[in-house]
Design a protein around this ligand. Structure first.
Ligand SMILES: [Zn+2]
Length: 319
């Protein structure tokens, strides 16, 4: 059963919002960001496909955590999907790569052949092995008995062709690279291999859910952009034009739409693109609003965490 559902990754939402607010239509970074958006969408689509296959594991003995990010000093580690049973744990690394993939164990690399173009990727087995080690450490750090930990690399696109480089056989650990539709079969195999119950499911569930933290990082700095590259102002919910403030409401001069709440989405855009805290002045600049009083009312209604004195209050969005 699915314990932690998957939601669209923040990076994907940030990239969409960034394209939506990037200023000139011919901005030099636009095509790169569009390409990244395409990749992130494909990645998410692949993850959804794997979720579908995992959804067949409905028995209570299966705990499925999608997209977990756990603390392990000095940093965090992330797992695309984690299956925990009373007898073993199974982190699953998800890949959505089209075409023919050739795995070369000697160079630890994966090459994609697609539409006549060859592209190199890091060996996913190395990545999955590292996650397995992190998970072992996580059990140890949390003073839990460490269960057997297996791993899988699931390719979500059913038409992807997986091949070993010539002269190599698909032996362990490369037999862990599978098509997503074979996940349930692999789980059945592991069920016969591991029969001793070592995991306290309740405890692991509580710890995993309470320790999970989403990642937040600035998308502007990732593309070496600044706020000056962004379109500011409240977007019309109907036609996307920038709205003006008229007697206590937002008015779109393009389509005539009137809204009392259109600023909410714009403030979400601010948090996604710039940072998780905002002052009255910063809000006015982003909403293109002149009244500090109106800005204060808007901020108050958002129920954000407040810190600082009356003059320099900082409102922070919990994440
Ligand atoms: Zn409009």
């Amino acid at each position: 059963m699915i314990v932690k559902k998957r939601t669209p990754p923040l990076k994907l939402l940030q990239t969409e919002t960034l394209l939506d607010r990037l200023k000139p239509p011919n901005h030099p970074k636009r095509s790169l960001i569009e390409l990244d958006l395409k990749k992130r969408k494909a990645g998410y689509k692949g993850e959804i496909t794997v979720d579908y296959h995992l959804s067949f594991l409905t028995d209570k003995k299966y705990l499925i955590f999608n997209d977990v990010r756990l603390p392990l000093a000095p940093d965090y580690f992330q797992i695309d999907s984690l299956l925990v049973t009373p007898c073993y744990a199974l982190p699953i690394e998800i890949k959505n790569i089209a075409g023919t993939l050739i795995i070369d164990p000697e160079f630890n690399q994966l090459s994609q052949h697609f539409n006549g173009v060859e592209t190199g990727y890091p060996d996913p087995i190395t990545q999955a092995t590292r996650q397995k080690l992190f998970l072992q450490k996580w059990f140890y750090t949390n003073k839990l008995p460490c269960p057997p930990i297996e791993f899988l690399v699931a390719f979500s696109n059913p038409s992807t062709i997986l091949k070993m480089a010539s002269g190599h056989k698909r032996v362990s650990p490369y037999d862990k690279m599978i098509h997503a539709q074979n996940i349930v079969r692999e789980v059945s195999k592991l069920n016969t291999q591991y029969t001793r119950e070592v995991i306290d499911l309740k405890k692991v569930k509580r710890l995993l859910l309470s320790q999970h933290r989403s990642a937040y990082s600035s998308i502007l700095s990732a593309y070496q952009l600044t706020e000056t590259d962004l379109i500011k102002g409240v977007r019309c919910e109907r036609c996307s034009q920038i709205m003006g403030r008229e007697i206590g409401t937002w008015l779109c001069r393009g389509c005539g739409h009137v809204s009392r709440t259109a600023h909410r989405k714009t403030i979400e855009d601010y948090f996604q693109l710039i940072k998780l805290s905002i002052t009255n002045r910063e809000l006015r600049a982003f909403l293109q609003l002149s009244s500090a009083k109106t800005a204060a009312e808007i901020l108050k209604a958002l129920n954000l965490k407040m810190t600082g004195s009356t003059k320099g209050v900082v409102y922070t969005k919990e994440f």
